[in-house]
Design a protein around this ligand. Sequence first.
Ligand SMILES: Nc1ncnc2c1ncn2[C@@H]1O[C@H](COP(=O)(O)OP(=O)(O)OP(=O)(O)O)[C@@H](O)[C@H]1O
Length: 215
Amino acid sequence: MTATSGSTIIDLQARQLLCERDDRVLFEQLDVAVGNGDLLQLAGPNGAGKTTLLRLLAGLNRDYEGELLWCGEPLTDDFSAYASQRLYQGHLAAVKKALTPLENLRWLVSSWSVSEDQLWAALDEVELGGYEETACQQLSAGQQRRVALARLCVAPTPLWILDEPFTALDKAGVRWLEGRLQRQVESGGAVIITSHHALENIASLRQLELGSARA
Ligand SMILES: Nc1ncnc2c1ncn2[C@@H]1O[C@H](COP(=O)(O)OP(=O)(O)OP(=O)(O)O)[C@@H](O)[C@H]1O
C-alpha cells in the first residue's frame, strides 16, 4: 500500500532482487513493496537471508542485482534523502557500555531534534527511570536493549527497519514493543522487521518467508 501520512509518503520497492553469498542464492526474483501503514515481517530459518535482505532494504549493502526504489527512484540516487526517512537498528543492542543510557540515547538521536526532556521521558517509557545516569556496563542485556529501543519513542522517521528488536526483552518489554510497532503503523508509518517472535496481534502484519535458498 502506498498512501500519505501527513506530508510523508513511504514508498519502498524492491524489484526482482537477487542476492548471493558464498556462491549460494539467498533469494531471487524477489519483489517487495512497503508503504504507509505496513508492517512487514521477514521470516524464515537461521541463515535464510533475513538480515541480509533487511540491510539491502536499509541501503547499507549494495551487493545485489535488481532494483531498490524509494519513491520511484533508485535508493542510491539520493541516499541521504532516503536515510533521513528511515531508522535502521541492527540485531545488536550496540550501546556503548562506558556511557550511561542518557548519553547513549543522546548520541543515538543526535541527527534529530530531540530535547533533554524527551530523552528522559523516553528512558522512563522503557522502564529505565532511575538508571538514566548509570554506566550501561552495569545494566542487564534486556536493559541495554531497552536503551537502544528508547529511540523509537522519539524517532521522527516514518520507516523503521528493525533486526530482531525483541531479543532479551522480558514479557512486559515485548508488550511495550508490540504497542510501539502498532502505533507506528496506525499513525501512517511503516515497519520492516526480522523476528522469530509471533506478531499476530498487529492487524496489518504481512509476512515474507525466506528460506527457499538453494546452492
Ligand atoms: N558478508 C557476508 N559474506 C558471506 N556470507 C554472508 C555474509 N553475510 C551473511 N552471509 C551468509 O548469508 C546467509 C544469510 O545470513 P543472514 O544473516 O542474512 O541470515 P538470517 O536469516 O538473518 O539468519 P538468523 O535467523 O540466524 O539471524 C548465511 O549463510 C550467512 O553465512
